[in-house]
Write a protein that binds this ligand. Structure first.
Ligand code: GCB
Length: 638
């Protein structure tokens, strides 16, 4: 505790693990590959692999495309030492497992066999599919065979919803490319590599943690590995509508503004945007880069949680057309207010991990989304914080339909290597991939660029880059981050001041606090006042405490439902006294797996701060929050 002139500065946040001060000496696998590539520039490796291919620009809205689903059982080889990837001198293999070799004669040495190695379900984390893989961190090779009769004058892409964390993709023994980041989609063009019969697609997925990654080695969630979201073949015309952005112009509820992007040889085309139900039809022309911007008036029913109206939108180019269901609303911050469609709104939220309800493991299905968001609705929410990384697309689509506003987040969590340009590039890329997938979802109102990151110049610079990136890529949404604040004690009261310098760059402030759990007792929240250096709205982006469902005792006994219930009561009383509070997303909707939570009989590797257990049982605190949200929906701003 620091003391200055009778005023004690009391840390009110837990000490978070300090970011590594030394640069990590280990060379990441991808760098290793690059280094080796230079060293063996003339070698066969280059001939086989070519340059290290990255994924192609993302294709928007693949659910509206002609697709072939590749989900199901894939052959899988668990490869903890990466023997299918590098040789015993740690050099990249030219004949790795991606070749899918078979012995041609009885004397041939081939030390792997996809066909007899067992199977894993795709999508799905591997951890919850085999007991032996629960804690596994390493590589798994996935293989799936398919036939494909391509129509003439079309292009085909293979699209992965997500694979955690590094993915190397190969088709018919040749490399397609690689992707880094466990929660965003990527696709590769395979038009020229497809055969009508007997294709084999191989993905090496590696979920080892590393300091230079985003997130880094330390997280409070399970490091689920695998191909965790659907795999899809997408067939499009030679020149196709790759992406489009159709939302109200910033602050407007009358003017649609946006752009569209063609991809292919015929870049200059006339493209018509239609919203038939509203009698709208506008034709634009793309430029030499296949891009067209547009802006036009529209008199539309506004999307809101009370009326989540979605319009059928059709975009027709000369060579391609696509349709979507899009909602239109405006979102702004003015002073300490958040304005939805020009009117002040309080964000009655809850934080959610992408953890499957009722069965555990990574969530990805529409049913998972319906269950999780259904509980949020039952709580009285109009808002959800999808922590701590981009969730699957079904969540966003379901939120659009159910009328829940969304905070989307990238895994810039705790201890990123702030001075490492590769980490910044990677974080920026994950942010871009999230925006690109979700930018037409009305539900999505906030991009969050960080969670509980320790203040330093390097961190401030890193986050500013992300904030600018989000603002310039999508000026229509608000940018936030979950910060932490310290308090000072005078007499018997404590004042906590939101004064993180990065708050100056944000549209909405997020703050995590664990008064009553990691710091102080629950009733001490009664003696705490909040002030802010900034004239901006605050979302209390986390608070809470653990309770094991069915564990009862008095309100002083940790891990009981009564303790958690009492904590929520004192929190709510404190929150009601924060004049600039405009939202709350308590931690968290449902218990979730975390390797940090080892207490036997209570945690058993689950974080128990859920208001609902992983089997769907509601704890007492659920009803306390429900009651608060009922009051708030009647008298919105406390
Ligand atoms: C936090 C983190 C969250 C943790 C939570 C906890 O501050 O943002 O990821 O799970 O605390 O339960 O400690």
């Amino acid at each position: 505790m620091l003391s200055s002139g009778g005023v004690h500065i009391l840390p009110l946040v837990r000490a978070v693990v300090k970011a590594g001060t030394e640069r990590n000496q280990r060379v990441p696998i991808m760098n290793l590959l690059r280094t080796s590539l230079l060293a063996v520039a003339a070698s066969a490796f280059l001939c086989v692999h070519g340059a290290r291919a990255q994924s192609a620009p993302l294709i928007a809205n693949i659910s509206a495309r002609q697709t072939t689903n590749l989900d199901g059982r894939w052959q899988a080889i668990v490869d903890p030492y990466d023997v299918g990837f590098t040789d015993y001198r740690a050099k990249p293999l030219t004949n790795g497992f991606f070749r899918n070799e078979k012995p041609h004669s009885p004397s041939d040495l081939v030390e792997y066999d996809f066909d007899t190695s067992g199977q894993l379900l795709v999508p799905g984390d591997w951890n919850t599919q085999r007991e032996s893989l629960l804690f596994y961190e390493g590589s798994v090779w996935y293989k799936r065979s398919f036939h494909y009769a391509k129509s003439p004058k079309t292009r085909v892409f293979v699209h992965f919803g997500a694979a955690n964390y590094l993915a190397n993709a190969y088709l018919n023994g040749e490399e397609l490319g690689q992707h880094e980041g466990g929660f965003t989609p990527f696709n590769f063009e395979i038009t020229d590599r497809l055969r009508p019969q007997g294709n084999f697609l191989i993905l090496r997925v590696n979920n080892r943690r590393a300091k230079e990654f985003v997130p880094t080695v330390n997280t409070d969630w399970w490091n689920y590995g695998g191909i965790t979201r659907p795999v899809t073949l997408v067939e499009v015309p030679e020149t196709f509508i790759q992406d489009y952005f159709l939302q109200f112009a910033k602050g407007s509820t009358r003017q649609i503004a946006g752009w569209l992007q063609l991809n292919g040889p015929q870049v200059r085309q006339k493209v018509t945007i239609r919203i038939p139900e509203a009698g709208i039809s506008r034709t634009v022309e793309t430029d030499a880069k296949g891009r067209a911007g547009f802006s036009f008036d529209a008199n539309l029913t506004l999307w809101s949680p009370e009326n989540p109206k979605l319009y059928g939108v059709e975009i027709a180019a000369e060579t391609d057309k696509i349709s979507d269901r899009i909602g239109f609303r405006s979102i702004q911050a003015r002073g300490t207010d958040i304005l939805l469609n020009g009117k002040p709104v309080f964000l009655r939220g809850i934080s959610i991990h992408e953890e499957a309800p009722l069965r555990s493991g990574r969530a990805w299905t529409e049913d998972d989304a319906r269950t999780l968001l259904g509980w949020a609705k039952e709580l009285g929410c109009n808002f959800v914080r999808l922590a701590h990384y981009p969730h699957n697309e079904a969540m966003l689509r379901m939120a659009d339909q159910m009328g829940l506003m969304v905070w989307g987040e990238v895994p810039v969590y705790w201890t990123i290597q702030w001075e490492n340009p590769d980490a910044l590039r990677n974080a920026r890329n994950q942010l871009q991939e999230m925006i690109s997938r979700d930018h037409n979802r009305a539900a999505l109102i906030i991009y969050s660029v960080a969670n509980e990151t320790p203040i330093s110049d390097a961190r401030n610079h890193f986050l500013r880059e992300l904030i600018n990136e989000a603002h310039s890529t999508d000026p229509t949404r608000l940018v936030s981050a979950a910060l932490q604040a310290d308090g000072s004690v005078v007499g018997n009261r404590t004042t906590i001041t939101i004064n993180d310098p990065i708050a100056a760059d944000l549209d909405i402030l997020g703050n995590n606090e664990y008064i009553g759990w990691y710091v102080r007792r629950p009733d001490e929240a009664d003696g705490i006042d909040w002030v802010s250096k900034y004239d901006k709205p605050l979302i209390m982006s986390e608070f809470g405490g653990d309770a094991l469902f069915g564990n009862h005792g008095d309100a002083n006994t940790r891990w009981t439902e009564e303790y958690q219930e009492d904590l929520y009561r004192h929190q709510i009383a404190m929150l009601k006294r924060i004049p600039f509070l405009r939202g709350t997303t308590p931690w968290i909707l449902m218990d979730f797996r975390s390797p940090r939570r080892t207490l036997p009989g209570i945690q058993d590797y689950f974080n128990r701060k859920g208001l609902v257990s992983q089997s769907g049982e509601k704890k007492k605190a659920f009803f306390v929050l429900q009651d608060f949200y009922r009051q708030l929906s009647e008298a919105p701003i406390p």
